[in-house]
Design a protein around this ligand. Structure first.
Ligand SMILES: Cc1cc2nc3c(=O)[nH]c(=O)nc-3n(C[C@H](O)[C@H](O)[C@H](O)COP(=O)(O)OP(=O)(O)OC[C@H]3O[C@@H](n4cnc5c(N)ncnc54)[C@H](O)[C@@H]3O)c2cc1C
Ligand SMILES: Cc1cc2nc3c(=O)[nH]c(=O)nc-3n(C[C@H](O)[C@H](O)[C@H](O)COP(=O)(O)O)c2cc1C
Length: 623
């Protein structure tokens, strides 16, 4: 509800109030020396509980206000308002409308400002966008003789800027909608979280604007981990169960499709060995399959023979002998996505010959070209449980420090969890509780086969990115069940469950899911959370950790690009302390060669330029 007050706030003011009905907040800011804008906002469930829905069906004519609600708002926020009055102007409860248009131009008619687009008020961009539209339109009309071309160029120039702003506004809108999630956060962290909510502002960016506040954020983070305030967040140690990692970077599991008959070989020693030497605290294997039939492709590794166990022992021993990294085993079964070609020969396509029968909760193929799986019987389930437990025992024997149970990406366990793949009518299908039943039976067997003093992680797809699939609410329930069953870490990925998925890709696009799971479920249960997906800069990693969106960050492709990503991130941050030790053999190279060196300001300028580059040429800032 949009209101005003004759109280003049000193500056932009957020009031976050924990009421008996849930969290409510005020966005308050002075508009003159006479008064301030006073916006009251809350999530819909809080609004219902507080009884504000009493006027839901009433139509307020111009001049009328929801007086009863306004009186209650006055009572709830009385401690902040003192003697000041609330001012109303046709004030009533509204839901913010984000306007988007397929086209902004029709013949000689053109949309600009609010008519073309809106973005949630919490990022305060409406006037700026409207003014920039006008500037751009004027320039385009000036620069192009032909009206049609001018309008076309105008839309082409403005649309990417507007869509980028709308993405940031959407992130901010969702953050405020779930603000209650962060009610337990310590004050400095909460403030940092608030300031970086749209993901446009990062820690380094904020440090440029307010170095003192950045120092407070670092000190506050250090107070919980024991590392000094000069230590970048990514190099603070972290403990998962009884396992201590020297830093918070994980090499994400990546299938290399380079095994024969499931046997890891020299390639796997070199691949995982180089990642371990590269400085990450935790290096994960690819999805190691629990049976020959549970492989995705003929190139996948396994742990279904003792010979494979000895192959993995070589990898584990090499990592332990030559690096300070810990190594985790990801265990999985391909389910309906099995019996397919190597990634570079046709991902998800069935083999040309030598296909094996695949199985799944229901006889539904993954995609139009995929094999139709056999619906699993109870005997199949028992066999899979035994295979997972045997593989876990072999993994423990081979010396792995952590086990990750792969329950994401549409493979067997994930396909039981998702209503897209699981349409069973017995006790293993239907409700989330039923869909969890088999995954938890397998998980329990793995947990008992795995040493009690070594941690277990679970990888989830927190959304299927399709309308009828799992979404965050299901993911919260699923994560809660795994926490109850003794998981130590939740690795939050998304998708790959349905071939027709429509993921909202973008920088760190899966992190909001990790954030919700960490702050609503895992954190309170003492379970750590990994964020993953399009995270590639140390600044994004530090920002995610400092804001409390995750406890660790996993990087996949960035490590294929640069196996020494972590050591290079340390050098770029001019940090050489604990958690960032170079191997003795490499120490001579621990600084960037002069030709590659950028001065300390460069990455920050790059960030500013990233924002600037969205502006049209005639308003672009030049250093
Ligand atoms: C209460 C409130 C507070 C806001 N606070 C902020 C803020 O702090 N910061 C910020 O950046 N943005 C803020 N905004 C958003 C900002 O005001 C709008 O994004 C911005 O004004 C959009 O500019 P515009 O020119 O597109 O539309 P408008 O400013 O709405 O201008 C449209 C004009 O067209 C006129 N009009 C409509 N129909 C006709 C017609 N048929 N014939 C002739 N004229 C017509 C209207 O009277 C109006 O003057 C706020 C909005 C509201 C409602
Ligand atoms: C080549 C390749 C193989 C992958 N194999 C696996 C795998 O075996 N198990 C898994 O859970 N994820 C796998 N992934 C997904 C990654 O672990 C990670 O979640 C994903 O790449 C997104 O992170 P990124 O943007 O940092 O690369 C793979 C990704 C790539 C690029």
């Amino acid at each position: 509800m949009w209101l005003g007050t004759d109280k003049v706030f000193e500056a932009f003011t957020f009031i976050v109030e924990d009421t008996e009905w849930g969290t409510m907040q005020i966005h308050g800011y002075p508009y003159s020396d006479q008064g301030s804008t006073f916006i009251v906002e809350m999530a819909e469930d809080v609004w219902h509980r507080a009884g504000f829905d009493a006027t839901e069906d009433r139509v307020f004519r111009p001049g009328e206000n929801d007086d009863a609600a306004i009186a209650r708002i006055g009572e709830i926020f009385a401690p902040y308002l003192g003697d000041s009055r609330i001012l109303a102007n046709n004030s009533q409860w509204i839901t913010f409308t984000t306007v988007r248009n397929t086209s902004w131009v029709h013949r000689n008619l053109v949309l600009l400002g609010d008519a073309a687009h809106t973005a949630h008020f919490s990022i305060g961009s409406g006037t700026k966008l409207a003014m920039e539209d006008a500037l751009s339109l004027a320039a385009c009309l000036h620069e192009n003789g032909d009206l049609g071309t001018a309008l076309k160029v105008y839309e082409e120039e403005r649309r990417p800027v507007v869509e980028s702003t709308q993405r940031a506004a959407q992130a901010s809108l969702e953050w405020f909608e779930t603000i209650g999630t962060y009610r337990e956060q310590e004050q400095v962290q909460f403030t940092f979280n608030l300031l970086t909510r749209s993901r446009r502002i990062t820690f380094d960016n904020l440090r440029l604007r307010d170095a003192d506040f950045a120092d407070r954020v670092m000190r506050s983070f250090g107070a919980s981990t024991g590392a000094g305030p000069e230590t970048p967040a990514m190099f603070h140690p972290v403990t998962i169960g009884d396992l201590r990692l020297k830093n918070r970077i994980m090499v994400s599991p990546m299938d290399m499709y380079s095994a024969v008959d499931g046997m890891p070989n020299d390639f796997h020693v070199m691949h995982l060995g180089s990642k371990a030497l590269g400085g990450a605290g935790l290096v994960m294997t690819e999805m190691v399959c629990v049976s020959a039939d549970g492989r995705i492709t003929p190139g996948c590794t396994g742990l279904y023979t003792d010979e494979q166990r000895e192959g993995w022992r070589r990898v584990v021993d090499a990592v332990h002998a030559y690096s300070g990294a810990k190594i985790g085993l990801q265990l999985g079964h391909s389910g309906r996505k099995g019996s397919t070609k190597l990634m570079w020969e046709g991902i998800d396509d069935p083999l040309d010959d030598g296909n094996w029968e695949v199985m799944a909760p229901s006889a539904l193929p993954y995609g139009p070209n995929s094999a139709v799986p056999r619906e699993m019987t109870r005997a199949d389930m028992d066999r899979v449980i035994g295979e997972f437990a045997d593989a876990a025992r072999r993994g423990a024997d081979a010396g792995f420090d952590l086990l990750e149970f792969h329950a994401g990406h549409g493979y067997l366990i994930s396909s039981f969890l998702s209503p897209i793949a699981n349409t069973r009518t017995d006790e293993y299908g239907g409700s989330v509780e039923n869909r969890l039943r088999f995954p938890l039976e397998v998980f329990d067997a793995v947990r008992s086969a795995w040493p009690a003093d070594r941690p277990v992680s679970v990888r989830l797809s927190a959304t299927d990115w399709v309308p009828d699939g799992n979404d965050i609410d299901d993911a919260l329930e699923i994560a809660r069940a795994f926490c109850d069953h003794g998981v130590d870490l939740v690795d939050v990925s998304t998708g790959q469950v349905a071939k027709h998925e429509r993921p909202a890709f973008g920088r760190s696009y899966q992190t909001p899911y990790a954030d919700r799971i960490r702050n609503e479920v895992a954190g309170p249960a003492g379970v750590k959370v990994v964020a993953v997906g399009a995270i590639s800069s140390y600044d994004d990693v530090n920002s995610i950790l400092l804001a409390g969106r995750a406890d660790l960050c996993a990087l996949g492709r960035a490590h294929l690009y640069d196996p020494q990503w972590t050591l290079h991130a340390a050098a770029d941050q001019e940090y050489a302390g604990p958690g960032a030790e170079w191997p003795d053999q490499f120490r001579a190279g621990n600084r960037k060669p002069p030709s590659a060196r950028t001065d300390a300001v460069r990455p920050r300028l790059a960030l500013l330029r990233e924002e600037e580059s969205e502006l049209p040429s005639h308003v672009r800032w030049t250093p």
